[in-house]
Ligand binder design. Structure first.
Ligand SMILES: [Fe+2]
Length: 208
């Protein structure tokens, strides 16, 4: 679930430059936005947030999929480790969707919109052991965090409030990524997934 976002600056972003995958609701300028932003800045911030909303909606579903499909000796620890993160990410999706609405745009939260707009594939592992799923989640979180950091950078000059929201999310998401990676690290501090950038490649490397 590798994710990518635009790195356009405040000056470069206009509503006409938004990705062709952006929903219709973002193709036009909203009729209002928060005080202090231009309508174009409000629309550009909302477009960046829509990509984050897609990332979060995909992530919390993926984490539940792992919660249901992890098997083996470490089942219960991984099964139970994931649920608080699912709830956190669901809450983050709600934060982002409501910020989009606050900015005067329409958050797109349907499964169809997510599938149409995302530029990554479904999580690729089904029933499997704990280390395989954790290794795959390492790759997932690399994509998610890279995407969140790009969105945070995009909004840094556009909207301080949205930027602060995303930075706050990153604190927790990056800590959970460490929880995942701690299972894949040896006493020398080396990750078993080092050098891998796909879910299946990471899973193979961690179990070989
Ligand atoms: Fe459950």
């Amino acid at each position: 679930m590798a994710t990518t976002t635009s790195t356009n600056s405040k000056e470069q972003l206009t509503t006409t430059q938004i990705s062709p995958n952006t929903p219709d609701a973002f193709q036009g300028t909203p009729s209002y936005t928060v005080p202090g932003l231009t309508l174009e800045q409000g629309a550009a911030t909302a477009a960046a947030l829509q990509r984050v909303l897609n990332t979060y909606n995909d992530l919390h579903l993926t984490l539940k999929h792992v919660h249901w499909n992890v098997v083996g000796p470490n089942f219960i620890s991984v099964h139970e480790m994931l649920d608080p993160q699912v709830e956190l990410v669901r809450g983050y999706a709600d934060d982002v969707a409501e910020r989009i609405a606050t900015l005067g745009s329409s958050p797109q939260g349907t499964p169809g919109a997510l599938v149409e707009q995302r530029d990554w594939d479904d999580y690729s592992i089904g029933r499997a052991g704990a280390i395989e799923h954790l290794a795959a989640l390492d790759a997932v979180y690399v994509g998610v965090i890279s995407s969140l950091r790009k969105a945070a950078a995009e909004t840094e000059d556009l909207d301080d409030v949205t930027n602060d929201l995303l930075i706050g999310h990153l604190h927790e998401v990056e800590q959970f990524h460490w929880f995942v990676r701690a299972h894949l690290e040896n006493a020398g501090g080396v990750l078993s997934t080092a050098g891998q950038n796909t879910e299946k490649g990471s899973a193979r490397a961690a179990t070989s």
